[in-house]
Design a protein around this ligand. Structure first.
Ligand SMILES: [Zn+2]
Ligand SMILES: [Zn+2]
Length: 228
């Protein structure tokens, strides 16, 4: 198996995903805030130990992963959340509108049934509320924007580092399904919000990392055109 751990910009890494851990995993990103580590999403659940090894390969201690931010409640993004919570006391953060399926282990709303698996009910440590919450890590700010559409509680996360704006936008392409609680009109507004961010780098969930700015814009606009 090819394992391509990648440093995207200083202290921001791809540590999991189809070409890094297992094919079922959506992309998993690690942000190093001066030794305090934050994971964005957690794969489908079968690659927990490989994610840990990848974090160690980068020279970090997995018990420094203080927070795991879940971009939404789908199994390919939340699978290893219970593992990190149990083993490293990692705090799980998700938007309040996607919290319930995680806490009840709802196999339809987490899409676990699609993946022929189950997800154990898992306690959320912090529910994000409203349109935007800013999490502070040292002197840096991690912005969590509510971007509903794919699911009601989907979020996109961004931060500015070394003069670049890095946007984590998982499943911003959809897909849209009734059982997910998808809403196309909400999604269009969310995509406009993301375009307005003018991000330099898009760290996406299933299709890779896009840069520079123009490529990020093109990526989002291409999906918007499909749903004109
Ligand atoms: Zn999804
Ligand atoms: Zn996904």
């Amino acid at each position: 198996m090819i394992k391509r751990i990648e440093e995207i910009i200083r202290g921001i890494y791809l540590v999991g995903g189809p070409n890094v851990t297992l094919a079922d995993d959506a992309a998993i990103y690690l942000i190093d805030f001066a030794g305090d580590l934050v994971l964005i999403d957690a794969g489908a659940g079968r690659s927990s130990r490989q994610i840990v090894r990848n974090v160690e390969t980068l020279g970090f201690k997995p018990d420094s992963i203080s927070h795991l931010i879940l971009t939404h409640c789908h199994i390919d993004h939340i699978g290893s959340a219970p593992f990190f919570q149990d083993k490293y006391n990692t705090k799980i953060i998700i938007h309040e509108l996607d919290a319930e399926p995680v806490e009840t282990g709802d196999s339809i709303r987490t899409a676990a049934n699609w993946y022929d698996t189950t997800f154990p009910p898992t306690k959320i440590d912090r529910r994000l509320k409203g349109a935007e919450e800013i999490l502070k890590f040292g002197a840096e700010e991690l912005h969590c924007l509510h971007t509903p559409g794919h699911t009601p509680g989907s979020i996109s996360v961004y931060l500015d580092r070394d003069g670049k704006r890095v946007l984590f936008g998982q499943d911003i392409h959809g897909p849209f399904h009734k059982t997910f609680g998808s809403d196309i009109e909400d999604w269009k507004k969310s995509m406009q919000l993301l375009l307005d961010l003018n991000a330099d780098i898009l760290c996406e969930g299933h299709f890779g990392i896009f840069q520079p700015k123009e490529k990020v814009r093109e990526y989002i606009e291409r999906y918007l055109e499909e749903y004109e």
